[in-house]
Design a protein around this ligand. Structure first.
Ligand SMILES: Cc1cc2nc3c(=O)[nH]c(=O)nc-3n(C[C@H](O)[C@H](O)[C@H](O)COP(=O)(O)O)c2cc1C
Length: 353
């Protein structure tokens, strides 16, 4: 059914259809029993799918990656679609509109997207209001993905991350420091050791004065070379960062079916979806091996089929996230993955007692 619906959705521009989907999900709030029906249709509850990672209990290991529900508008509805967790954001201290449109493009031949959204979001205070509205019962685990405002120079970036972190501290279950978005100029330079250390130190300091402990993860780019990745892994261990989200979108355009001149005409942006899968899995496997499985990894990038999900978990991810796969496969995708994971015994994640 979604294949037919997708034909219609894909006739509309990607950003417009995204806005429509968010509106549609919001409308469900006004329809009696709509959420219960969705839950019945899309959720898979099974003890074998539950995970305890980062000190948090997840009802299943499949999450929605950052960028879909940037402003935390439909967290409750996404819960009904079967996700085990949702990562909101990226959130910046002040609202910002992002890059000029058009800024997101579909590459159907490659099952991929290119986006240069530029971290458009309503700002931390509005996101908190939105979270209060849609998450009264706190059923689903929510991660807060943090970034800096585009107008903030990198030297002042630590203050931006700190501000967002402090504002959102009581609202989400874990945090992700996004220093890997290729669509904000110079943001990926924040993966350099010195500035990253300053950011992490500030967040850890804020957390020190709080009663409850919220895990801090780092989201990395798939375009880091091995030396840079090793540097990040060292920093993660030294600073006691709780985990790594691997990976964000890539700036590379390797082995695409879409004609090169067409891709080039779309301009700059981060590539996501199927072409990212091999790189993402390779990065997850590398981190898992290098850290001897001591650092929890959220594996994301190019998960387009239930088999991709199994492979990502087998590479060492404790949890996984999807974005482009959700766009191409529709709401049934999560259920398909969960049903596959239920049967799967070739990967060994610690199950809950
Ligand atoms: C339209 C779009 C917007 C995104 N926005 C963000 C963002 O704001 N912050 C972030 O950390 N990642 C963002 N991402 C990256 C995704 O969270 C994910 O890391 C990436 O798309 C790879 O996963 P996928 O291949 O399953 O899409 C975005 C991706 C897309 C396609």
């Amino acid at each position: 059914m979604y294949t037919q619906l997708r034909k219609i959705i894909f006739r509309i521009g990607p950003e417009t259809s995204h806005i429509l989907v968010i509106k549609l999900l919001k409308c469900l709030r006004c329809i009696p029993f709509a959420k219960s029906i969705l839950r019945l249709a899309f959720s898979v509850r099974d003890k074998s799918l539950e995970r305890e990672v980062l000190g948090i209990r997840f009802k299943n290991p499949v999450g929605l990656a950052a960028g879909f529900d940037k402003n935390a508008e439909v967290v409750g509805e996404l819960d009904c679609l079967g996700f085990g967790f949702v990562e909101i954001g990226s959130v910046t201290p002040l609202p910002q509109s992002g890059n000029p449109r058009p800024r997101i493009f579909r590459l159907p031949a490659d099952k991929a997207l290119i986006n240069r959204m530029g971290v458009n979001n309503a700002g931390a205070k509005a996101v908190i209001k939105s979270l209060h509205r849609c998450r009264r019962r706190k059923q689903i685990v929510v991660g807060g993905n943090l970034s800096k405002n585009t107008t903030t120079f990198n030297v002042h970036a630590p203050a931006d991350y700190e501000r967002c972190f402090a504002l959102l501290y009581n609202e989400v279950d874990y945090f992700v420091v996004n220093v890997s978005c290729p669509n904000v100029s110079d943001l990926t330079q924040l993966q350099d050791r010195d500035i990253l250390t300053q950011i992490i130190d500030r967040l850890v300091n804020v957390r020190h004065y709080r009663d409850d402990y919220k895990p801090i993860l780092l989201k990395i780019s798939p375009d880091l070379n091995t030396a840079q990745l090793d540097d990040i892994i060292d920093l993660v261990r030294e600073k006691g960062i709780d985990g790594i989200v691997a990976v964000n979108t890539t700036v590379t355009r390797e082995a695409l079916q879409t004609p090169a001149e067409k891709v080039e005409a779309l301009g700059k942006g981060g590539l996501s979806g199927a072409p990212l899968a091999a790189k993402a899995i390779e990065r997850v496997r590398y981190i898992h091996t290098k850290t001897e499985g001591q650092v929890p990894i959220i594996g994301v990038g190019g998960i387009m089929t239930p088999d991709d999900a199994v492979n990502m978990l087998a590479a060492g991810a404790s949890l996984i996230q999807v974005y482009t796969g959700f766009i191409y496969n529709g709401p049934i995708f999560v259920k398909k993955i969960l049903k596959r994971l239920k049967q799967e015994d070739s990967w060994t994640q610690p199950l809950l007692p």
